[in-house]
Design a protein around this ligand. Sequence first.
Ligand code: ATP
Length: 141
Amino acid sequence: MAKKQYAVIGMGRFGSSVASALTNLGFEVLAIDSNEQKIQEVVGLVTHAVSADTTDEEALRAIGIRNFDVVVVAIGADIQASILTTLILKDLGVPKLIVKAQNELHGKVLQKIGADKVIYPERDMGLRVAHHLISPNILDY
Ligand code: ATP
């Protein structure tokens, strides 16, 4: 069976971490960011890296985004860009769409427009750290 192909949009701390981790695990990963400098920073860490504004449907078509099995949208502060990107990806028929949300309201919108999974990295990591801290099996954290 062919290995899954991933695209990660937004090379902030979260997106670049997801993209390089997937690459290290042996998967094909395309990193996308509208900021050319961010792309230069990840060139050696991922399989392919391209600069594109993902609120531009034509740019996403040209990349062939619908051929990827999973697309992770890791655009943070620009909620409008995150929502538009998600909507376009859904319309283009991306099979699995995972989107990072900035807050609960953003997450609700993402769910309504068809994100398959909405993630809240800061909130979830906070929960994990708290659980680790109270776990009797952990002597030191
Ligand atoms: P983190 O906390 O993971 O560092 P963040 O939540 O602060 O990230 P941003 O830095 O706002 O998120 O966005 C992540 C990346 O998304 C940035 O590198 C930014 O250039 C990119 N980005 C923003 N808008 C677009 C867009 N329309 N198309 C492609 N990339 C975009």
